[in-house]
Design a protein around this ligand. Structure first.
Ligand code: ZN
Length: 442
């Protein structure tokens, strides 16, 4: 089941042995209702949190059994581990309408000493946004912004524990407006659960786990778009799926009309000579400055907008299309897909200045022919040719069904049966048209 793997992208850095049989929930500690932090995280806390993240990565990358590290681990009074019980976090639909997703599990505290007194035990869900092009290079505060999504405080008062395993259950409905985990060229968004237990002697027992958040936008109706190409009479009607996925192909139906023009006793007409498509991924990100470097961007709340466009799939259509000079139409049906090797990303739209969108660009080369009406089969190329280029917004999202929304028990609110094509056109535009010389090699 691929969905499960996604939630366990980074294994727990802590390697305490699991002894589930002996685990029992401690009844002496009191659980507090979730506390929402109203304070933005201070910059010093951001730093320490980030270094914890890095520690977790380092430990993970070093791997187990690294014989070259002679450092003997200091005796820890206890160790922490976690069992996430909720399915992989998937937000359904767009940030404005998503109901969010549940995260729940058990924090496992394995007390090694005969007695342990905890002064504090809390966990945070953190969002870490890393800007690849910080306003001030090498400034950690410019490049990394950490914010707290939720905080759990497990203790009301100091708690004494004896040797053994304790479970601390946690749960929270993550709000559906949060941007999904994204690793873009300009910025990355990651989420972590970070737990810290502080003993009465000041020792900190910490645990950090990466939580992968995905978004799946449910498909609605097919998208019908029309593009006109003045000064010609050519019109392209294109039918696209409402959403597409990073993996897997999708169908495109295109009809080019207005290809025939009769005048006097002759006919001029356009023949489609070449048909290409490509998928462009457009990333935008506003790099904002830390308090110290705000003057570099002209004050608070300002930033530098970066844009990055790359092609994540392209092909020339090789399957034949249908040309009907009597009806004046060319009909083409073909499939397009993102190239997995380019690691295509899903659409993201955030309030923090980062966005990721996709366009499908269709390019057609048409060549003009002339024929007498009496002998339509004897057409001659006039030498004129044009490139018709047009683009359509493409919604790239995860496939639904990888996780369970917290309101999964409700009947789905989306149309899972494709309806008949709508009578309206939801996308109408004048497209780009390039005239090319007769010298063009067709
Ligand atoms: Zn800075």
């Amino acid at each position: 089941m691929p969905g499960r793997l996604l939630a366990l992208v980074r294994p727990a850095p802590s390697s305490s042995p699991k002894s589930d049989s002996s685990s029992k929930t401690d009844t002496t500690h009191s659980l507090l209702p979730p506390v929402y932090s109203v304070e933005p995280p201070s910059s010093t806390r951001s730093k320490s949190q980030e270094s914890l993240v890095m520690d977790a990565f380092k430990r993970h990358s070093l791997g187990r059994g690294d014989k070259k590290t002679p450092k003997v681990e200091a005796h820890k009074a206890a160790s922490l581990n976690m069992e996430v019980e909720s399915p992989p976090v998937v937000f359904y639909n767009n940030p404005q309408t998503s109901t969010g997703a549940l995260i729940s599990g058990q924090l496992k505290l394995d007390v090694r000493d005969s007695q342990l007194k905890l002064d504090k035990f809390e966990m945070q869900m953190l969002a870490v946004v890393v800007t690849k092009k910080p306003v001030a290079q090498h400034c950690a505060d410019c490049s990394t912004k950490t914010s707290e999504i939720h905080k759990w405080e497990f203790l009301k008062a100091p708690l004494s524990l004896s040797h053994g395993m304790r479970s601390f259950p946690f749960s929270h409905i993550l709000p559906g407006h949060l941007p999904a985990t994204t690793h873009g060229a300009l910025a990355t968004i990651d989420y972590y659960l970070s737990a810290v237990a502080t003993t009465s002697t000041g020792e900190k027992i910490s645990y950090k786990r990466n939580i992968d958040i995905k978004r799946a936008i449910f498909p609605a109706n097919e998208k019908h778009s029309v593009r006109i190409f003045p000064p010609t009479n050519l019109t392209a009607a294109v039918c696209l799926p409402p959403v597409v996925h990073p993996i897997g192909d999708f169908p495109i139906k295109m009809s080019l009309s207005g290809i025939v023009h009769n005048k006097g006793d002759a006919q001029t007409r356009w023949r489609l000579r070449k048909l290409n498509w490509r998928i462009e991924e457009i990333q935008k990100h506003v790099s904002t400055a830390c308090n110290k470097h705000q003057q570099k961007v002209g004050g608070e709340g300002k930033g530098i907008l970066y844009e990055d466009t790359r092609v994540v799939g392209a092909e020339e259509v090789k399957i034949p299309w249908k040309t009907d000079f009597e009806q004046g139409n060319i009909d083409a049906e073909f499939h397009a897909a993102c190239n997995i090797a380019t690691r295509p990303l899903c659409d993201v739209d955030t309030a923090i200045g980062m966005s990721l969108k996709h366009n499908l660009v269709i390019e057609m080369v048409v060549a003009e022919e002339w024929a007498p009406l009496k002998k339509l089969s004897q057409a001659t190329p006039t030498g004129a040719a044009r490139v018709l280029r047009t683009q359509f917004h493409l919604v790239v999202t995860e496939r639904a069904g990888m996780g369970i929304a917290w309101d999964e028990e409700q009947p789905p609110v989306y149309e899972d049966v494709p309806s008949s094509p709508p009578a309206y056109i939801n996308d109408y535009d004048i497209a780009q048209l390039d005239e090319v010389g007769s010298a063009m090699n067709l």
